[in-house]
Write a protein that binds this ligand. Structure first.
Ligand code: CTP
Ligand code: MG
Length: 182
């Protein structure tokens, strides 16, 4: 059932979707790269800060625990079997999401893109790809059961993530929270 697949995909990815948006609100302070440059460009740039990364990861992990608490009631009312996050996945999803975004900035700087410059496709998927990869390594059994059994859940993640990213960043831009709509 398509709706069930979409519901599982969204539920399982929520702890990876929220951290980057939290970082926009919580960001500021010391950049992770400490201002260092490499071959004439910043290593990461002022847009990747310790505070944004730490707060984003922590809120994402807390959200996973909150979803675990809410799961029985939500699953019951929707009539859908939703996954429970093991502790490892509750951390690997948000940590991977933040790491993917940081990695993307590293590649942006290497390819001459200034802070805030768009990097189509990479901007929309970096966080999801690294969140999934780290989770596949850290909690392989749960990753398989959740995203590959059936594999339509993983397909749904790759369809829904870019759409959600464009939507939420557009809203954040309109609200004046973000300097660019990507
Ligand atoms: N942010 C942060 N730490 C992170 C990610 C984001 O503090 N790890 C905050 C920063 O204030 C950043 C804002 O969220 O400016 C928007 O994030 P993003 O669009 O990812 O960064 P950019 O400033 O556009 O920089 P880049 O070009 O490197 O993506
Ligand atoms: Mg940006």
């Amino acid at each position: 059932m398509v709706l069930e697949t979409v519901a599982v995909a969204l539920w399982a990815m929520l702890p990876a979707y929220v951290p980057n948006n939290v970082a926009v609100l919580a960001g500021g302070g010391r950049p992770i790269d400490g201002g260092r440059t490499w071959r004439g460009s910043r290593l990461l740039g002022d847009g990747k800060t310790w505070r944004g990364t730490a707060v984003g990861t922590a809120i994402g992990a807390l959200l996973a625990l909150g979803l675990n608490a809410a799961r029985p009631a939500v699953a019951d009312s929707l009539g859908i079997a939703l996954p429970t996050f093991p502790a490892v996945a509750a951390v690997s999803l948000p940590l991977g999401a933040m790491a993917g975004d940081v990695l993307a900035s590293f590649f942006k700087r290497r390819t001459g893109r200034e802070r805030g410059a768009p990097f189509p496709v990479v901007d929309q998927l970096d966080f999801a790809v690294v969140a999934l990869a780290l989770t596949a390594l850290a909690a392989p059994g749960w990753f398989f059961d959740t995203f590959l059994d059936p594999p339509g859940v993983l397909v749904a993640v790759f369809v829904l993530t870019p759409a959600l990213h464009v939507g939420t960043n557009g809203v954040a831009y309109v609200l004046g929270l973000k300097d660019e709509p990507w």
